[in-house]
Write a protein that binds this ligand. Structure first.
Ligand SMILES: *Cc1c(COP(=O)(O)O)cnc(C)c1O
Length: 338
C-alpha cells in the first residue's frame, strides 16, 4: 500500500515544517526572550519547546515497543484526529454512537461523513461496514475501542476485517485501552500499514496537559506530521508528561483503582431495579433508565453530575468512575431516586 497515494494531493506535495536545531552559544534566531520566568525548575520558559517532543516520544515508543519514528505527538488526541482528517480527507466513516469529535472535525473540514449504526450489542455491524467500505471507499475509518460512550470494546476480529477490507486508513482510538484487559492493536501495526492507533494521557490523570499520541507506520507519520503545527505540545506539558509517565507505579496504581471502582459500580448498578447496565472496558459506565432526563436532573439536585446521552443513546446516562467516596455518593443518590 502506497501511503503517499492515499493522502490528499495538496498534502502529498507539502513538506513538513523544519524547525532545525543548531547547537550554539548565543541563540538569537527565533525572536525568543533571553529572560525566562520561574515556573518549573527544569523548563526554560523563554525558549520554544522541542517541536519533535523527542524525549516524550522516545518514552512512549519504548513503552509500546515501537520506534520513535512510529509515534507522533498531539495537543491531545483530538488534535491528531484533526491532523489525520486534514491529511487524508474524507469520506470519513465511523460507527454511531461513538466519540463525537470524529464527526465534528470531519464536518469542520468539509469532509463527507458516513455513519454506520452499531449492532444491538454495540458491536460493529460488520455487514453494513463492509458494504459502506466497498461502496464509498472511506479514506479514514475511526473505531474507538473501547468505545465512548458505550464502554464496550469491539470484537477484535471485526476490527481486523475492516482493516483488511479498507483501502484507506483505519484508526483504532485506544483512549480507554489502559482500563481494558483486551489486547491493544499496537502489535498489529507491523502487519497492517493502513492501521493507526491513537492513545491519550487525558483519561489516566493528565487531562490538563493536553497530550496524545498517534502510533503508525512511519510513512503515515511523515504525511500527518506535515499538517501538525510545529510547537503543538508546549514545554511544560512535555516535561510533566515525561516525568509522569516515568512514574509507572503511580500510573498503574491509579488505573487499578479505577478498574476496581468500575467493578464496584457495575455490581451495584446491576442490583438496582429499573436500570439496564452495559458492560465496560473503560473508565465510565453506560446505563439505561426509564426516564433518563429525570434521573439526570434529580442526580444534579443531589449535586451529582453525570452525562445525559439523550440524542446519542436514547434513555442512556454515562457515569465516569470516580474516587471511592464519589462512587458511593452517586450510588446512594441513585438508589434514593429510583
Ligand atoms: C476523551 C477521548 C479522546 C480525547 O482525548 P484528548 O487526548 O483529551 O484529546 C479521544 N478519543 C476518545 C474516544 C475519547 O473518549
Amino acid at each position: 500500500m502506497d501511503i503517499r497515494k492515499l493522502v490528499k494531493p495538496n498534502i502529498r506535495s507539502l513538506r513538513a515544517y523544519q524547525a532545525e536545531e543548531i547547537p550554539c552559544r548565543v541563540k538569537l534566531d527565533a525572536n525568543e526572550s533571553p529572560f525566562g520566568m520561574t515556573v518549573l525548575k527544569s523548563v526554560r520558559t523563554n525558549r520554544y519547546p522541542d517541536p519533535g517532543a523527542r524525549e516524550l516520544r522516545k518514552l512512549v515508543a519504548a513503552e509500546l515497543r515501537v520506534r520513535p519514528e512510529n509515534v507522533l505527538h498531539g495537543n491531545g488526541s483530538d488534535e491528531l484526529i484533526y491532523c489525520l482528517i486534514a491529511a487524508f480527507g474524507g469520506p470519513v466513516m465511523y460507527p454511531v454512537p461513538t466519540f463525537s469529535m470524529y464527526g465534528i472535525i470531519a464536518q469542520a473540514l468539509g469532509e463527507r461523513r458516513i455513519e454506520v449504526p452499531l449492532d444491538g450489542a454495540f458491536d460493529l455491524d460488520i455487514k453494513n461496514c463492509a458494504s459502506h467500505v466497498k461502496k464509498s471507499r472511506p479514506r479514514l475509518v475511526f473505531l474507538s475501542s473501547p468505545n465512548n460512550p458505550t464502554g464496550n470494546s469491539f470484537s477484535h476480529d471485526r476490527i481486523v476485517r475492516i482493516i483488511r477490507q479498507s483501502g484507506g486508513i483505519v484508526v483504532v482510538d485506544e483512549a480507554y485501552q489502559p482500563f481494558s484487559d483486551k489486547k491493544s492493536f499496537v502489535p498489529l501495526l507491523k502487519k497492517h500499514r493502513n492501521l493507526v492507533v491513537l492513545r491519550t494521557l487525558s483519561k489516566i490523570g493528565l487531562a490538563a496537559l493536553r497530550v496524545g499520541f498517534m502510533i503508525a507506520d512511519k510513512d503515515v507519520v511523515t504525511e500527518v506530521n506535515k499538517v501538525r503545527l510545529p510547537f503543538n505540545v508546549n514545554a511544560l506539558s512535555q516535561k510533566v508528561a515525561t516525568d509522569a509517565l516515568r512514574n509507572r507505579e503511580q500510573r498503574k496504581g491509579n488505573i487499578n483503582r479505577i478498574v476496581a471502582g468500575r467493578k464496584m459500580l457495575l455490581k451495584n448498578l446491576e442490583g438496582i431495579e429499573g436500570i439496564t447496565v452495559y458492560p465496560s472496558d473503560a473508565n465510565f459506565i453506560l446505563f439505561r433508565v426509564n426516564n433518563g432526563d429525570r434521573v439526570h436532573r434529580e442526580l444534579l439536585r443531589h449535586g451529582i453530575l453525570i452525562r445525559n446521552m439523550k440524542g446519542v443513546a436514547e434513555g442512556c446516562l454515562r457515569v465516569s468512575v470516580g474516587a471511592e467516596r464519589e462512587n458511593r455518593a452517586f450510588l446512594k443518590a441513585l438508589r434514593v431516586l429510583m
